[in-house]
Design a protein around this ligand. Structure first.
Ligand code: CMP
Length: 143
C-alpha cells in the first residue's frame, strides 16, 4: 500500500492546527501509521530540504523548521501521495484553493503549515529519513 510523509510545520503546531490537519486526513479515509512530535535538528532539516539548498529562501527555511516542534507523520492509503497533496493545496497559500489546508489556513509561502512528499521516490526517501522501521505500525482498518 502507498505511503507518504507529511510534516506539520512549527506554524501549524503553534496555531493549534494539529488536530484539524489530522482530522482531514482521517475523515478522508487514510490510515495513520507513524506519528511523532519532535524538535528538528539543523542536520535533519538540511537533509530534508537539500533539493532547495541553492535557493534564496533556504537559510530562512532551515531557521524556521528548526524554530519549534513539528509533527512528523506517515500516512497510508491508495493514491495517498497525490491525494494528500490535493488536501494540502498549492505551495503558496494565496494560490491554494479554499477547502485545502493551505487555502483555508495560510497566507504566506514561508509559513504554509505542512509539508507533503511530492512523489513516490521522495516519499520513500523522506519516510526513511524521518522514521525508523520500528516507529511505523502496519495495520488495516477492519470496518
Ligand atoms: P514545502 O512543501 O515544505 O517544500 C519547500 C518549502 O520551501 C515550501 O514548502 C515552502 O514552505 C518553502 N518555500 C518555497 N518557496 C519559498 C519562498 N519563496 N520563500 C520562502 N519559503 C519558500
Amino acid at each position: 500500500m502507498e505511503r507518504t510523509f507529511l510534516m506539520i510545520k512549527p506554524d501549524g503546531v503553534q496555531r493549534n492546527l494539529v488536530g484539524e490537519i489530522i482530522q482531514r486526513l482521517e475523515t478522508k479515509g487514510f490510515t495513520l501509521v507513524g506519528l511523532k512530535l519532535m524538535s528538528v535538528s539543523r542536520e535533519l532539516a538540511e537533509q530534508h530540504y537539500a533539493v532547495h539548498k541553492d535557493k534564496g529562501f533556504f537559510a530562512g527555511l532551515i531557521e524556521f523548521i528548526t524554530s519549534g516542534p513539528v509533527v512528523a507523520m506517515v500516512w497510508e492509503g491508495e493514491g495517498i501521495i497525490a491525494s494528500a497533496r490535493k488536501i494540502i493545496g498549492a505551495t503558496n497559500p494565496l494560490s491554494a484553493e479554499p477547502g485545502t489546508i493551505r487555502g483555508d489556513f495560510g497566507v504566506t509561502v514561508g509559513r504554509n503549515l505542512i509539508h507533503g512528499s511530492d512523489g513516490s521516490d521522495t516519499a520513500k526517501e523522506e519516510i526513511k529519513l524521518w522514521f525508523k522501521d520500528e516507529e511505523l505500525v502496519s495495520w488495516q482498518p477492519t470496518i
